[in-house]
Write a protein that binds this ligand. Structure first.
Ligand code: ADE
Length: 354
């Protein structure tokens, strides 16, 4: 066992005291079921707490056990995830659920090494599961914890660089060991980052670690964490084609092995950002109404994406086979998992028809 420094013991005690009084009542905090903790952590990887809550609750009602998840049809799983984005997370999670069924006889593994070996589970998520579900002193380090630790301890340098990152993991580990209470300590770190130690305008006057904070003492709170230069975002432009036949619309399923695999969308093509004449770019489709009826802008990883939707037709019905698209009614479409951007196109289409 590592030696515990009095400084870290004192920090941990203050944080635990604060967390006991200030923890939000979040649905995944009412359980220690490792399956539930795991699902919540996967959902929370790239998504905010308030967005995750309804998804988590719906998920646990629909698929309350690992067995249910392992057996579920991928389309059902994607439908439950629809709108959360980063769909690779849920595909890897289902691989993990199946692995738990075959390799671990259906019970969630408890050792850190076995947990971190599951598909889609990295050091952070394994640390969160082992500490929250099993109360093991495994550290966690995410954006919130990085902010707290760099400010508290005055850790300079890019927190994603190898040396600084290793220093941060060591500090997180020392703190969780010093606490003697891994589950609330780690959750307290997350909570402090989410409620008090905010990226901008942190609430230092009410912070429980105020007397100990390096950055505050030196009036340098805004200097931490050091920000790495991000590569400039790449702009990409897509044209979606809304083709109607009475009640039915043409839609297609994204193939396996591409981003957003298995999700549904309107037929669409990527075009040069500045393209003016779309005619040559979109066969076998023809735009029937030159004014686009919706434009959606969103970002995913390092791409800024513009999706423009137009009413269109097939230049000849015999060309349908070329498009990989199929006709679906609105009722059928509502049961399929759509990407968020294309779901907005669909809602606008329905709205305009009504
Ligand atoms: N962010 C990541 N994991 C979390 C958790 N368990 N509770 C609140 N926010 C989180």
């Amino acid at each position: 066992m590592k030696k515990v420094s009095p400084k870290f013991k004192s920090l941990a005690a203050k944080l635990l005291y604060w967390f006991a009084a200030n923890a939000r009542d979040l649905p995944w905090r009412r359980t220690r079921d490792p399956y539930a903790v795991w699902i919540s952590e996967i959902m929370l990887q790239q998504t905010q707490v308030k967005t995750v809550i309804p998804y988590y609750e719906r998920w646990m009602q629909s698929l309350p056990t690992i067995q249910d998840f392992a057996k579920a049809k991928p389309q059902r799983v994607l439908k439950l995830w629809e709108g959360l984005g980063y769909y690779r997370r849920v595909r890897l999670a289902q691989d993990a659920a199946r692995l738990i069924m075959t390799k671990h006889s259906g019970s969630f593994p408890e050792s850190f090494d076995e947990v971190v070996a599951l598909p889609g589970v990295g050091r952070y998520t394994a640390g969160a599961i082992c500490s929250i579900a099993f109360n093991q002193p495994t550290p966690i380090l995410d954006g919130n914890v990085i902010r707290v630790l760099t400010r508290l301890l005055g850790i300079a340098g890019n927190p994603r660089s190898k040396t600084v990152n290793a220093e941060l993991w060591r500090a997180a580990e020392e703190l969780v060991i010093a606490s003697g209470a891994p589950s609330p300590l780690n959750q307290g770190m997350m909570e402090l980052g989410a409620l008090i130690c905010l990226p901008r305008q942190p609430k230092c006057p009410i912070c429980p670690l105020r007397p100990d904070c390096f950055a505050l003492r030196n009036q340098r709170v805004e200097d931490f964490p050091a920000t790495a230069k991000r590569p400039a975002a790449t702009l990409r432009r897509f044209i979606a084609l809304v083709v109607k036949d009475g009640e039915r619309l043409l839609v297609q399923r994204r193939p396996n092995g591409v981003v957003n695999a298995g999700l549904w969308e309107f037929p669409n093509v990527e075009v040069p950002v500045n393209a003016k004449d779309l005619k040559k770019l979109i066969p076998p489709f023809q735009i029937t109404d030159r004014s686009r009826f919706i434009e959606i802008r969103h970002s995913i990883t390092r791409y800024r994406i513009i999706l423009e939707a137009y009413n269109a037709k097939l230049s000849s019905n015999s060309l349908l086979a070329e498009t990989n698209s199929v006709w679906k009614t609105q009722a059928q479409m509502s049961k399929l998992p759509f990407t968020s951007a294309h779901r907005k196109v669909m809602q606008r289409t329905i709205h305009l028809q009504a």
